[in-house]
Design a binder for this molecule. Structure first.
Ligand code: ADP
Ligand code: MG
Length: 285
């Protein structure tokens, strides 16, 4: 590999919105056999919208919404922003909280005055000892809220695939690359999105550690693995991959964990980079 050819290709990539931090990533990309995709904010736009909200009978809807919005205002998760937007659309401004912690890949916990508010997946609330019921939400992502240990409200949230995702996946398949979606979301929400964009394999309800483990297992099985993600929850998997691709509009933690940044977040750029890498490696071998 001549350094000049690598530098030229890196410059060419940068002009197309693909920032490559080291020459090794460019070289390795030519041999990738599997690409693992995060869902929310990677395959989808990451602008989810609350389309369903019901508070439990013993709770006042606006009171619950005010507490949940206050709690979620401290989170940079896409789902959290959609909840805050929804509350604002109903005239509720998030109030300050006394204490906040993010449980990455699960949800958040906040203390607001005398109340403790948990917001997150059904499994997170269940693990925290909250009795929950989740009705089928027709493919939406369920987000649940508990106040002082009692299930208080359910949100159904949906996010559209990026308009370029289906073509990007098809192009990767044309290049002979296997694609897998690995998401923290539930299967009922993940499968319709995967089907819509043409990703044949789906692993749902994957924790950040599980995402990393899946990348490591694929590598141990002899695959050369690319990982594409945008969230704090994707950082361990991005770092464990042969080549990590961070969505440029995503979190700083993801960008720091990956040698490649897709500046405008277009996952079609992954196929472009692989083609450029293959071309470069043919020239310089
Ligand atoms: P993904 O892999 O789709 O990016 P995450 O690993 O970030 O998802 O989150 C997994 C699940 O945890 C979400 O689908 C949601 O149910 C829950 N969750 C995580 N963070 C939050 C939050 N701030 N607010 C509500 N739910 C959350
Ligand atoms: Mg994500």
């Amino acid at each position: 590999a001549t350094p000049t050819a690598i530098m030229a290709a890196t410059g060419q990539a940068a002009r197309r919105g693909i920032y490559i931090r080291n020459g090794e990533a460019l070289e390795t990309a030519s041999g990738l056999t599997v690409l693992v995709f995060d869902k929310t904010g990677t395959v989808t736009e990451g602008r989810p919208v609350v389309s369903h909200f019901v508070s439990q009978p013993d709770f006042d809807a606006n009171d619950v919404l005010a507490l949940v919005a206050a709690a979620e205002a401290g989170s940079e998760h896409h789902l959290a922003r959609s909840v805050v937007d929804y509350a604002r659309s109903r005239g509720i401004e998030p109030q300050p909280v006394d204490d906040f912690s993010a449980e990455i890949g699960r949800g958040i916990r906040a203390r607001i005055g005398r109340h403790v508010v948990l917001v997150g997946s059904a499994s997170y609330l269940a693990e925290e000892g909250v009795a929950v019921q989740v009705p089928s939400l027709d493919g939406q992502t369920p987000v649940l809220a508990a106040i002082d240990g009692t299930f208080a409200a359910l949100f159904g949230i949906s996010d559209r695939p990026r308009p370029t995702s289906a073509a990007a996946i098809a192009r990767l398949h044309d290049l002979g690359i296997r694609t897998i979606m690995v998401t923290g979301d539930v299967a009922a929400a993940a499968h319709p999105i995967a089907a819509e964009v043409g990703i044949p394999e789906v692993v749902a309800q994957a924790s950040p550690a599980r995402k990393q483990e899946i990348v490591a297992e694929l590598r141990a099985a002899g695959e050369s693995v690319g990982m594409i993600g945008d969230g704090i929850n994707d950082a361990p998997a991005l770092a464990a991959a042969d080549v990590g691709f961070a969505i440029g509009t995503g979190t700083d933690v993801a960008i720091e964990a990956a040698p490649v940044t897709l500046v405008n977040g277009d996952i079609a750029k992954v196929a472009e980079m692989i083609e450029l890498s293959r071309k470069t490696m043919r020239i310089i071998r």
